[in-house]
Design a protein around this ligand. Structure first.
Ligand code: SF4
Length: 303
């Protein structure tokens, strides 16, 4: 079982270049023009320089104010404004203008909306597919309070990847997540999604460095796999501001590689782990993998 590092000062492997460059400026002004939010900015993602430099971004639908309050998360909490009815079309336009072959959508949690925003997310997926039919989509969603009908609403719009992040191991869960999320409910969301996902992919992600033990990580991977996840991403938690939950340990890159190998050993079709891995980071790699090609080929042979 791989060992975790102890906490130390900001290690060398955690440093990333400051975002800049022509492609970066282009993506930034496009997001501004279309009044769009990205999780890259709202969550202070360390991969912004690389992803925007490749002209990719993860869209955060339904605004940048969340109704829940997780102690690790940099997104603002509070009372969100009304939904922007034009947002699905604006995101679709951004996908088209950036020429994205693969788009990732995520959102804040919207407990204020009767359907948690599932309909709006589904509208956004459909709007993208209408203008850019070849673009594949990952929809990274909240727990919708475990409500089957809202999960089904998103799935009916047919994103190629349905994701819901467990975020951390069960013993740490209550310390860093809003109390309305529970570890068991998140597993249920994945299980429900799996039931109606013929030929599609179910994915989750979690962070290391929040106080978990190697045994906790092993159990989380097995729980996610048993819930029906095909793919998992594992990254390092970074404290966005001094007010957020502190980092308990910085995990060295070689330990991440051992967890990636463990995930494959447990039976995941696709796994990626590393200090800078985020759930949306290089999301398209899952669909380009041998595992995905085989799954899609066998699903189409059955139809
Ligand atoms: S639900 Fe939690 S993790 Fe997600 S945006 Fe809100 S505060 Fe952040």
């Amino acid at each position: 079982m791989p060992a975790l590092s102890s906490k130390n000062t900001f290690p060398e492997w955690i440093r990333q270049p400051w975002p800049s460059g022509e492609a970066f400026s282009e993506v930034k002004s496009l997001m501004g023009d279309l009044k769009l939010h990205t999780v890259c900015q709202s969550a202070h993602c360390p991969n912004q320089s690389e992803c925007w430099g490749r002209r990719t971004a993860t869209f955060m639908v339904m605004g940048n104010v969340c109704t829940r309050h997780c102690t690790y998360c940099a997104v603002n909490s509070g009372r969100p404004g009304d939904l922007d009815a034009e947002e699905p079309e604006h995101i679709a336009e951004a996908v088209k203008r950036l020429g994205l072959k693969h788009a990732v959508l995520t959102s804040v949690t919207r407990d204020d909306l009767p359907d948690g925003g599932a309909g709006h997310i589904a509208d956004t997926i459909r709007a993208i597919k209408a203008v850019s039919p070849e673009t594949t989509i990952e929809a990274l969603v909240q727990d919708f309070d475990g409500k089957r009908e809202h999960i089904a609403t998103v799935q009916a719009a047919a994103p190629e990847i349905f994701s819901h992040n467990i975020e951390t191991v069960e013993p740490v869960f209550a310390r860093i997540r809003d109390r309305r999320f529970t570890y068991r409910q998140s597993l249920d969301v994945l299980r429900i999604a799996r039931e109606r996902s013929e030929g599609r992919f179910i994915k989750s992600a979690f962070m290391l460095g929040c106080g978990e033990t190697p045994d906790d990580i092993d159990r989380t991977l097995r729980d996610l796999h048993a819930a029906g996840c095909d793919a998992v991403s594992i990254g390092q938690y970074l404290q966005p501001t001094p007010k957020h939950a502190p980092v308990v340990a910085y995990v060295p890159p070689e330990t991440f590689r051992e967890y990636e190998a463990l995930a494959y050993e447990i039976g995941f079709g696709f796994a990626v782990a590393g200090p800078f891995v985020r759930s949306s980071y290089r999301s398209e790699a899952l669909l380009e993998s041998e595992f995905a090609r085989e799954r899609l080929a066998s699903a189409s042979a059955r139809t």
